[in-house]
Write a protein that binds this ligand. Sequence first.
Ligand code: ATP
Ligand code: MG
Length: 423
Amino acid sequence: MSSKPRAIRGMNDILPGVSGTWRYLESVVQEIVHSYGYSEIRLPLLEQTELFKRSIGEVTDIVEKEMYTFPDRNGESLTLRPEATAGMVRAGMTNGLFHNQKQKLWTSGPMFRYEKPQQGRYRQFYQFDVEAVGYDGPDVDAELIIMSARMWRRLGISKIALEINSLGAPEARSSYREALVEYFSGVKNQLDEDSIRRLGQNPLRILDSKNPDMQAIVDAAPVMLDYLDEESRDHFEGLKVLLDAAGVTYTVNPRLVRGLDYYSRTVFEWVTDALGSQGAVCSGGRYDGLVEKLGGRATPAIGWAMGIERLVALYEACGGESPATDADIYIAAVGEGTLERAFALAEELRDSIAGVRVESNLGGGSFKSQMKRADKSGAEFALILGEQELADGCIGIKPLRSTDEQESVALNELAVTLAQKLR
Ligand code: ATP
Ligand code: MG
């Protein structure tokens, strides 16, 4: 390579300084889903292309134009996962996790979609994903939403609102589909190219159109809620009762159809207007037909996925701060035999003070240059170990962020003294 290597468009490096916030948010989200009894599952990034075609649906943005698909060296068509649900269901089936048992699972990691990169929309992006398989709800639907509401509360995220809808059972959806075809056919001359194509293949997706010129036509279309079958209606009412009781506010958005084919009944989205046009932060829905469609026994299921980039951006937009990553202690060692002792002390401190961040001076240098680095590290205290200190069995503690005097303590009292100071 003669010129400098470049990054792939839409694929970001998450740099130090930013990664601290990511790790903090991920740890809070993990802690919360664990507190509801969800267990982690780790999945491959690659699956057979066929899996995504069958589960997400052929006439969807993802399958039509967003997948990274390639033949491997044996000529088998593989795809980098564009979302996690399909792989999760595949893994459950492969490993017999759904046989006479229910599963509450979470996973997280990068997803890949060939989209037009812009703020909040990337080609490699990260999702945190939860799925409850084997539960027919609406209790589990409500609990999944209540769980996400807890995350916003815990993280101080306020600029977010919940929208819910029901897509009904497949039969009800097909009569709704007919009504849509009839309606959109009547206004066909006003439809854009994408919508005309969808009219024949997947008319529900017209409702998902992001074209502003289509909004008025979409707004006047028949709504699914008028076509709901009785069971789905009861299910939806049941969900609303539980959300009301839990104090989770929502609006019913009859236009919310979600971009994937496998959804049925409950769908929902947490949206924000604080991030420009990429407003969906956490989206989910019920997919009762998917396991059966992939060749398993009929199994109800529901899940949601949250975009981590958008979570990070929203957290910051709501005034959330990144956790401190500065060192607590910087150890400067100058003179014969001091480095060995300084290393040993650093290990002792890490053993005895939980979570303490100790930076040992690396690369030698004069006392002055080591102290400069200590200051730059952001450390609260510098420890100063010279030949004299070594001989006397003591060490200097110099406060770097206050005007307090430097003091000298015996080496065997160092850990206790520092633990007190850092409290
Ligand atoms: P959008 O309407 O923004 O395209 P979507 O309906 O395609 O979202 P899902 O497939 O439901 O999104 O994915 C779940 C979540 O993943 C979204 O709510 C969003 O936070 C995030 N997400 C989806 N696509 C991207 C992307 N290209 N870049 C960053 N985050 C994304
Ligand atoms: Mg999308």
